[in-house]
Ligand binder design. Sequence first.
Ligand SMILES: *[C@@H]1O[C@H](CO)[C@@H](O)[C@H](O)[C@H]1NC(C)=O
Ligand SMILES: *[C@@H]1O[C@H](CO)[C@@H](O)[C@H](O)[C@H]1NC(C)=O
Ligand SMILES: *[C@@H]1O[C@H](CO)[C@@H](O)[C@H](O)[C@H]1NC(C)=O
Ligand SMILES: CC(=O)N[C@H]1CO[C@H](CO)[C@@H](O)[C@@H]1O
Length: 348
Amino acid sequence: MIFKIIMAMSLWATVNSICPKDCYCSEGMVECSLVMEFPLNLNPDTTKLKIAQMNIGAIPRNAFSYLPRLQEVEFVQGNVREIAGCAFMDMPSIDTIKFEKTNIARINSYAFFGLDNVTNIVFANSKLGYLESFAFYQLNNVVTFNVLYSAIDYLSAGSFYDVQSVSVLLFSNNNISDVITGAFSDVTTENFHVMTNTFWNMDCGVFNGMNQSSSVPFEFIGNTFYCNCSIEWLLNDEGKSQYGKFMGNNKCHGPSSLKTKVSLKDVAFNELGCKRRTADQTLECSMETLVPKPRCKDLPGHGGPSGSDSGSDQATGSDPSNEAPSIKNSHGTIMLATLTLVLYNLRS
Ligand SMILES: *[C@@H]1O[C@H](CO)[C@@H](O)[C@H](O)[C@H]1NC(C)=O
Ligand SMILES: *[C@@H]1O[C@H](CO)[C@@H](O)[C@H](O)[C@H]1NC(C)=O
Ligand SMILES: *[C@@H]1O[C@H](CO)[C@@H](O)[C@H](O)[C@H]1NC(C)=O
Ligand SMILES: CC(=O)N[C@H]1CO[C@H](CO)[C@@H](O)[C@@H]1O
């Protein structure tokens, strides 16, 4: 009798874990909506995953490492408080990661670390809050990395540190509040297009080195700046000689007195309203020292809103620090655990 119950329960649990409620599953493709808890307990054969209207605290580290065949993951119309470090580790088949109309308050250091084989990364019509240093650390060999029609609050120094061999890095039509010196330090890309973005505060030297090698086409056109003293580095004598090449194709979106200027070329240094400064003064443009320390195992784990941990119990022992059995959102697992407890109590 008890044996039969166990059989029935585990069968139910299995079926339940193959396609969670609020998901639609068909031949490796899974579409879920209104997701409040994460990670989901999906079939390990999943190849494509689309999550709509997700509302979660974090995409935790190793969030998808239990899905070895996952090729594409797409988030649509979601709210995510943070993407934890090492969130996308151990995804041997991943090809595309896409965020569409998604609010992400924070992208932590090393969030995209360990993605050696990913081809496309897209953020579109999204809101990105604070990007920490090393957020995209060593995201190498990506074919397209696009940030389009999005709002970005803060690009820290080294957000894109050591991003190597990207074929196309495209920032277009974004509204970007703060870009800190060194945000793009140590990036190598075959094509870097920064087009029709609205910049509010851009620190000195952000695009230094981008035209150093003639083999790296750097396209910087149609962007607009808030033309106050924050861009003195661009319009002082030194800036004009260094960045003169770009100026004709970019202009001011404010303040209103400078909006009418055809391009940055037509803006005089003294119109920026820098107090007690002259165009011939050399500015010191220093960048904070960055020392990468990617250690996925030591990063704090973050689970869903309930505080339950990531899918690391399913992650082939990738994280020994995290052995507590997690109660999954699958009711089947909870019921099985309860049953096990009952049986255990009966025995003793
Ligand atoms: C990338 O692909 C290679 C060859 O298929 C594989 O050996 C390697 O484990 C993959 N890397 C990651 C991080 O999945
Ligand atoms: C762009 O960002 C600025 C500064 O954060 C904000 O004040 C403004 O409303 C944004 N504009 C749009 C069109 O979203
Ligand atoms: C320049 O304008 C930006 C955007 O409005 C503002 O955040 C910044 O504090 C201003 N900087 C200076 C030096 O006036
Ligand atoms: C931003 C930047 O790297 N500017 C350089 C572009 O190329 C000229 C000429 O080689 C240099 O003088 C600038 O420093």
